[in-house]
Design a binder for this molecule. Structure first.
Ligand code: FAD
Length: 279
């Protein structure tokens, strides 16, 4: 299929993009187009105007500072994945990005676009949520920072206002006594996960002082479950809070089974990771 007709604007400054977005109720931002263009072609979205942000300056950065990694709105998944500094500061970025689609899609799709697209089957919204990151957004009304815990409103729905552009995502760095791990099950490598689980663990010597799990494809929004007091059976605690659903790819029962298999495995891997970093 072909998209419904739309106007197209390629602004060369953020101010111009924000003014256009504020002035056109039916407008949508176009970043890498790897989610939006298929939606247009299937006529599941029919914006009156596309505001292509690819010519905006100063948004392609992957910047590592003491507190973590800042990813600009035009940094492609592949560029974030290629940054060894980013991987050192927050290893979960690389662990998860390797599972995001295929190289061709990662070369064009943006990590920030994936986050604000808010697909509960996507890896990076969950990673941002698990690490307690945030997104900086801009509009003609000014700038604000949205913590990941307040970013995901529902299936494919973020809490950005219509006239806001996400300019940067912030992923906190990994503390010295902390560890992370990620695993997912997909039919083919690069497909969306049937279930994906990440773990973030903090340790003090041999003791695990904090442990949380983030889940992909088992609820409407990215969900994080604190399993600090359920280290013996993290899957039972998680399943009490998750809502796996049947779809054409897998049954709810199979997804629950994958949670039971992956949760303890990923928790153990993150604990080993923390101990190897501390030791
Ligand atoms: P676009 O498609 O340009 O935009 C997506 C949405 O976000 C639109 O609503 C757009 O208006 C909005 N948006 C984008 N950027 C901004 C911004 N800066 N400010 C405000 N709004 C913005 N993703 C995964 O996570 N895991 C996978 O396994 C996976 N597999 C894929 C397989 C295929 C075959 C394809 C085609 C895609 C797959 N993707 C997967 C999606 C891919 O990761 C996309 O890159 C990502 O979802 C969206 O990023 P984008 O830059 O392409 O955004």
């Amino acid at each position: 299929m072909k998209p419904a007709p739309f106007a197209y604007l390629r602004p060369s400054s953020l101010e111009e993009a924000l003014a256009a977005l504020a002035g056109e109720q039916g407008a949508k931002v176009l970043a890498g187009g790897q989610s939006l263009v298929p939606l247009l072609n299937m006529r599941l979205a029919a914006p009156s105007m596309l505001i292509d942000i690819n010519a905006l300056p100063d948004l392609g950065h992957v910047r590592v500072a003491e507190d973590g990694v800042r990813v600009g709105a035009l940094a492609r998944h592949a560029e974030v994945l290629a940054s060894s500094e980013a991987e050192r500061a927050q290893p979960l970025l690389g662990m998860a990005l390797r599972h995001v689609a295929h190289p061709t899609i990662r070369n064009r799709g943006t990590t920030v676009g994936s986050i604000v697209h808010a697909d509960a089957a996507a890896e990076m919204p969950m990673v941002l949520r698990l690490l307690d990151g945030s997104v900086d957004v801009a509009s003609v009304r000014g700038r604000r920072t949205i913590p990941a815990a307040e970013l995901f409103a529902g299936p494919l729905e973020s809490t950005l206002a219509h006239d806001e552009v996400a300019v940067e995502a912030f992923f906190p760095g990994l503390a010295p006594d902390a560890g992370v791990a990620f695993q997912e099950i997909a039919r083919r490598h690069g497909d969306y996960a049937l279930v994906g689980v990440a773990a973030h663990v903090e340790t003090d010597g041999d003791a695990v002082t904090r442990a949380s799990l983030g889940f992909v494809s088992v609820s409407d929004v990215p969900v994080v479950v604190d399993v600090t007091h359920a280290l013996g059976d993290p899957a039972a605690k998680a399943l009490a809070e998750l809502d796996p659903a049947d779809d054409i790819h897998a049954s709810a029962a199979y997804r629950a089974h994958l949670v039971k298999v992956l949760a303890p495995r990923v928790l153990a891997a993150a604990t080993d990771h923390a101990r190897s970093r501390a030791g």
